[in-house]
Design a binder for this molecule. Structure first.
Ligand SMILES: NC(=O)c1ccc[n+]([C@@H]2O[C@H](COP(=O)([O-])OP(=O)(O)OC[C@H]3O[C@@H](n4cnc5c(N)ncnc54)[C@H](O)[C@@H]3O)[C@@H](O)[C@H]2O)c1
Length: 343
């Protein structure tokens, strides 16, 4: 299968492309390269297989770019809540309009499978009660709103010869050469490694489901190869019921995995996004899927990585590993314009 992977130079994309290639797929990548300044490690097979990649903006894709492809895994977006709030207008253009146009082009070109990386953040502010795919979304940010709009609009394109699949991923963690330290478990682990101290200002009470980056890659792979009738137009939460944690529980797990790390929890409530997610559907309806990793495994794996590469505080703080910092830097230095296009 020849798969067009957008966002291939991002945190998940940089792991997904080799993952698919090693499973016998041919990958053509696309990425505009906002975070190419950040590459955390090159050993451990990080460079073993790299796909042919178009250095292009999602908003400029044409049908010719998709020629010969049989499936799409679409990841290229402004990829978190703060990033979306930084510029909601451009977020809607890239994340909603760009994704819809890509799906329309795919359908027009006879590409049968379209796997979209949505997010559990569509559940938004909740009480901490369990939510599942039938729960009405409650998006709190431009980022989450766009995820809901893409699911709605691309879902309407589903047809006998066009099979979109929507994967609502929990918050990812784990090693990627194109690292992100702005997602909770990676951030806590880097903090523990570099300062031996996790000082939370908030009380850490919100619930967050987390999922290993390789379990997301497996879900994408399985969604690409599943029989169309099993997945057409379906939404799947990606994760595991037992991997819903309060943020302070995640902090405690990380503190235990980094010997000598002190942990203190604050009192403010801060973040109103709290959701506990039910993951039964993906386990029963996406053939072959199961999660192989836990948050504790992830923290241990990150500790081993940070020790191996002797990661210091300067690397943890480097702009390219925090998506919002890097985009603000590209804006402030005039490298991208008001539309987030390279000058
Ligand atoms: N990482 C998570 O915890 C998580 C959780 C749920 C959903 N997701 C979704 O998975 C996808 C990938 O996430 P990630 O963590 O790898 O994000 P990321 O920010 O690391 O990667 C996104 C990639 O897309 C590229 N991109 C952005 N705008 C583009 C454009 N206009 N044209 C072409 N390329 C563009 C960026 O350069 C980047 O390489 C995103 O859609 C994100 O919303 C991620």
């Amino acid at each position: 299968m020849k798969v067009f992977v957008t966002g291939v130079h991002g945190y998940i994309g940089a792991v997904l492309a080799p993952y698919l290639i090693e499973r016998g797929m041919t990958v053509v990548g696309l990425d505009v390269g906002y975070y190419r300044d950040g590459w955390l490690f090159s050993d451990n097979g990080a460079m073993r297989v790299q796909p042919y990649t178009l250095n292009k903006d999602l908003r400029d894709i044409t049908a010719a770019d998709l020629e010969g492809c049989e499936a799409i895994a679409h990841l290229a977006e402004l990829s978190n809540d703060p990033l979306g709030q930084n510029n909601p207008r451009v977020t809607h253009e890239i994340n909603h309009r760009g994704s819809l146009t890509l799906a329309q082009l795919a359908r027009g070109a006879g590409i049968g499978r379209f796997v979209y990386t949505s997010s559990c953040s569509v559940y938004g502010a909740g009480t901490g009660d369990f939510v599942d795919e039938r729960t009405a979304p409650n998006p709190q940010t431009a980022y989450a709103e766009c995820k809901v709009l893409v699911e709605r609009d691309v879902g309407q394109l589903a047809a006998a010869d066009f099979c979109p699949v929507f994967l609502r991923n929990a918050t990812a963690y784990g090693a990627s050469p194109r690292m992100r330290f702005d997602i909770v478990l990676n951030d806590l682990s880097a903090m523990a490694h570099t300062s031996r101290r996790i000082a939370m200002t908030s009380d850490g009470s919100p619930w967050r489901p987390v999922v290993h980056i390789l379990d997301i890659c497996e879900a994408i792979y399985l969604a690409l190869i599943a029989p169309a009738e099993a997945v057409r137009g379906k939404v799947f939460n990606v994760g595991e019921n037992s991997e819903n944690y309060r943020v302070r529980e995640l902090a405690a797990i990380v503190a235990e995995e980094f010997p000598g790390c002190e942990l203190s929890v604050g009192s403010s409530s801060g973040d109103n996004r709290s959701y506990r997610v039910n993951f039964d559907r993906i386990h029963s309806e996406l053939p072959g899927f199961r999660c192989r990793h836990t948050a504790r495994d992830g923290a241990r794996e990150l500790r081993q990585l940070f020790e191996r590469i002797e990661m210091g505080a300067d690397t943890y703080a480097f702009r390219a590993f925090t998506r919002l910092k890097q985009l603000k830097y590209l804006q402030q230095t005039g490298q991208i314009d008001a539309e987030f296009r390279w000058r």
